[in-house]
Unconditional design. Sequence first.
Length: 120
Amino acid sequence: MDTGEANEDDAGRVKIGTGWSENGRGGNIDLLAGNSKSKSYRKSFDGADINLRAGDSETRGGTGGSVRMSGGSGHFEDRRDGGNGGSVELYGGRGSGLNKITDVGKRFYLCMKRSPKSSF
């Protein structure tokens, strides 16, 4: 699914959403990549990736797009048991192989690209 390209105007937008609920839970959005299975010991296949990447800017003074993720807000106001905010949880993948040296889980990295103008 894509929105196509544009030469003299903004390109399209893809919006995926679920409805709200008055007396129930709002709908989830689950993005699931496919599993990989093989009965052959000769080939290994990695699980499918989910890639989120914002757009680049190639304009004078432009800024690349942002990737924003946030947990939901708990808006219920009450002194005894008010609403709680939701978490943002990021995990590296778990390794399940039997070799403790080569079959390892992956770390979570928080990286920042240094700007030529940055002071550190």
